[in-house]
Design a protein around this ligand. Structure first.
Ligand code: IVH
Length: 680
């Protein structure tokens, strides 16, 4: 019995030690090297595992445990002068669900049992940057220190002086210490990474690492160049100045000329918190800095001492972390997908992980150039994130974790489906299968043809399309209208009964009457998505007119640029495409605008919304984009105000962008994002 006990105790001790050294490795990667090897969620999991073991087996707890420390032990060999903080720079305890927050507020209330009558909390944004402490003497900035291990940090004054938005002199001549976060604006982060890609330099995985790395550069001219920014949320010893609450602290900081996020909302219960969480989960996308959650703090500072502190964090505050934007996982393989136009796209096959609330096992990699630029190999651990919150993408590979067994990703020599040769259009990055008979292309174009925005034929799942192609019942979109000939054979197909086959045939017949904008969309002309199909249908009134338009005539249509004119013109000069259109007309598919009904509205998510564009646009002339916006039912405004819904930003956007970001409620779109949206 004793033997067994010793044995299992040894195992626990071993586990505790292993966890400690693993966490310390990640502390160094995050705090010292500014190159995390795992995501925040994964890190918090390790820390919690260690914390649980230490709670269950206090004999293995020691003062050097990462559960008791802030930052990294390894920051000791810093290149900067070390400075002891006047008061420890604490961290916050993290939570990922509302249950933890309820438990937190219950704990606070329990401690304050007789004073809890009307407890107020302040809700702030949790900035994802590098913590900093600023010391002002007589209103002048004298020192700036990083958090370091919480007890002492690095003196980065020379660098912080280069940050424009941080005042070197306050509006009052006071002595004080203010804490906050140095961030790299997302717009700057994107610019820097684009530049680094061009220069073949390694890109920063996220704005936080870029901010922290920049702040700890020895050359302060780099800091100036990169455009760091700072937001502040904490006044040390505020009570000394007669301040009684955290929200007053924030107002006072602002009065001194120091930047805050402007978000300090009073909440009284966790229901209100839930509302704020769902609001900020979306609204954060409009900010030009990263926030990874919300922080809830007891507002009344006179209660702070009573509620107390752990060695690492105050007990009167808690962070609610938004679902992780980035997680790390293993890239198991690459498969190549062939799209409707023949474009082949690499798809990352991943070890399944949870990302922003869903299970993910595939992610997009765009094209081979991107794979090379980001230096991604099969077998790598990679960070993935959801682009525009929908499609997961591979952000970067974690080269430090390579074992040597990783394999280079190679472009397939031929189409992965039909095995015929691939081609690359001049000046384009994408490789394409040019075989008109490629089954993958045919399948994708049929799928597109029957889709909701096209012929809208329900009952046509991808499995069924695949099966019908395999059996030879269909070879192209025209054959769909002859499927009735195979009615009996289809009824006998696995899982298809008489009823569903008859329904499908009925839906096919009805689809012939779809409106012209939809039938035009269904043809799958490159670039001609929902918006352009409606526009072209309105302009041409019937497909014969459209098919015979010259390139110049196409260009005279407001909202049609070079690329679209080329695509439409070429489509109708292609013999096979013309043949398909003719045959579709023969079977009775409608390609005529119904002028008796109300003219089709170019409905989009933009209809009824207010727009403004700013900066230099690459793809549109000013009048052109205005017309597009009007065609979509949008309204063009001249200035930024609360009324504005969308700001489209081109290069070198300036004060308008700044103002929109400050207002915080305006959706900002880059020109490319705008184009993406009008395509669908
Ligand atoms: S209060 C004793 N408020 O997040 C006060 N911290 O993960 C403790 N952070 O160490 C900090 N936004 O570096 C506070 N609104 C905010 C914050 C914030 C970001 C940082 C801070 C903290 C870390 C904990």
């Amino acid at each position: 019995m004793k033997l067994f006990n010793d044995d299992s105790n040894d195992k626990i001790k071993e586990k505790v030690e292993a966890l400690k050294s693993e966490i310390e490795r990640h502390n160094k990667a995050y705090y010292v090297d500014d190159k995390p090897l795992i995501s925040d969620v994964e890190y918090d999991k390790l820390l919690k595992e260690l914390q649980d073991l230490e709670n269950r087996y206090p004999e293995y707890r020691d003062l050097n445990s990462p559960t008791l420390q802030v930052g990294s032990n390894n920051f000791k060999d810093t290149k900067f002068k070390k400075v002891k903080h006047r008061k420890p720079m604490l961290s916050l305890s993290n939570s990922y669900n509302i249950g933890d927050i309820i438990a937190f507020s219950e704990r606070v209330e329990k401690i304050l049992n007789d004073e809890k009558s009307d407890l107020e909390y302040v809700l702030e944004l949790k900035l994802d940057g590098a913590s900093i402490s600023l010391i002002y003497e007589d209103g002048e900035l004298v020192r700036a220190v990083t958090r370091g291990d919480g007890i002492e940090g690095e003196d980065v004054t020379d660098n912080v002086i280069e940050i424009e938005s941080i005042p070197k002199k306050l509006k009052e001549s006071v002595d004080l210490e203010i804490r906050g976060e140095i961030v790299l604006p997302i717009s700057k982060f994107n610019e820097i990474n684009e530049q680094r890609l061009k220069e073949n330099k390694e890109i920063f995985a996220n704005p936080r690492n870029a901010a922290s790395g920049t702040l700890r550069q020895l050359d302060s001219s780099i800091v100036k160049e990169r455009g760091l920014d700072g937001y502040f949320y904490f006044l040390v010893d505020a009570e000394r100045l007669g301040i009684k609450t955290q929200s007053e602290s924030i107002k006072y900081i602002e009065r001194l000329g120091i930047k805050t996020t402007g978000v300090a909302e009073i909440i009284r219960n966790t229901d209100e918190l839930e509302e704020k969480i769902s609001y900020w989960e979306k609204a954060k996308e409009n900010l030009d800095y990263e926030t990874d959650g919300l922080v809830m703090k007891l507002n009344n500072m006179s209660l702070w001492e009573k509620v107390g502190y752990t060695t690492k964090s105050p007990r009167w505050a808690i962070a609610y972390k938004f679902p992780a934007k980035q997680v790390s996982t293993k890239l198991i393989d690459i498969t190549w997908q062939v799209g409707r136009t023949g474009k082949i796209t690499p798809v990352a096959e991943l070890e399944e992980v949870e990302l922003s609330g869903s299970r993910v096992k595939r992610a997009s990699l765009h094209n081979i150039d991107e794979i090379y630029r980001k230096d991604i190999k099969i077998g790598d651990r990679v960070f993935i994130e959801k682009a525009a919150e929908i499609i997961p993408q591979v952000v970067s590979s974690i080269k430090e974790l390579r074992t040597g067994a990783e394999r280079e990703i190679e472009l397939p020599k031929s189409c992965p489906v039909c095995k015929k040769e691939l081609a690359k259009d001049e000046g384009m990055v994408d490789y394409k299968c040019i075989n008109e008979k490629c089954p993958a292309k045919i399948q994708a174009s049929i799928q597109y043809f029957v889709s909701r925005d096209g012929m809208n034929i329900s009952g046509f799942g991808s499995r069924l399309v695949e099966k019908l192609l395999e059996l030879g019942f269909i070879k192209n979109v025209v054959d769909i209208f002859y499927l009735y000939k195979f009615r009996d054979k289809m009824i006998n197909l696995e899982k298809l009964g008489e009823k569903s086959v008859d329904n499908l045939l009925k839906n096919i017949e009805e689809s012939k009457k779809r409106e012209y904008p939809k039938t035009l969309y269904a043809l799958g002309i490159p670039y001609v998505g929902k918006f352009l199909a409606t526009l072209l249908a309105k302009e041409s009134k019937n497909i014969d007119i459209l098919a015979n338009m010259t390139h110049d005539e196409l260009l005279t249509i407001d909202g049609v640029g070079e690329k679209v004119a080329d695509a439409v013109y070429n489509f109708f000069r292609d013999e096979q495409s013309r043949d398909i259109v003719e045959k579709l007309k023969e079977v009775g598919v409608n390609f005529l605008l119904d002028e008796t009904s109300t003219p089709p509205k170019v409905e989009s998510e933009f209809t009824g919304k207010n727009f403004l564009f700013t900066g230099k646009l690459k793809n549109f002339k000013r009048d052109e984009i205005k017309k597009i916006i009007e065609n979509m039912g949008g309204v063009n405004l001249n200035s930024v105000s609360k009324k504005l819904d969308y700001l489209i930003v081109g290069e070198d956007a300036g004060s308008k962008l700044k103002k929109a970001l400050e207002l915080g409620t305006i959706k900002i779109l880059t020109e490319d994002e705008f184009i993406e949206k009008i395509k669908v």
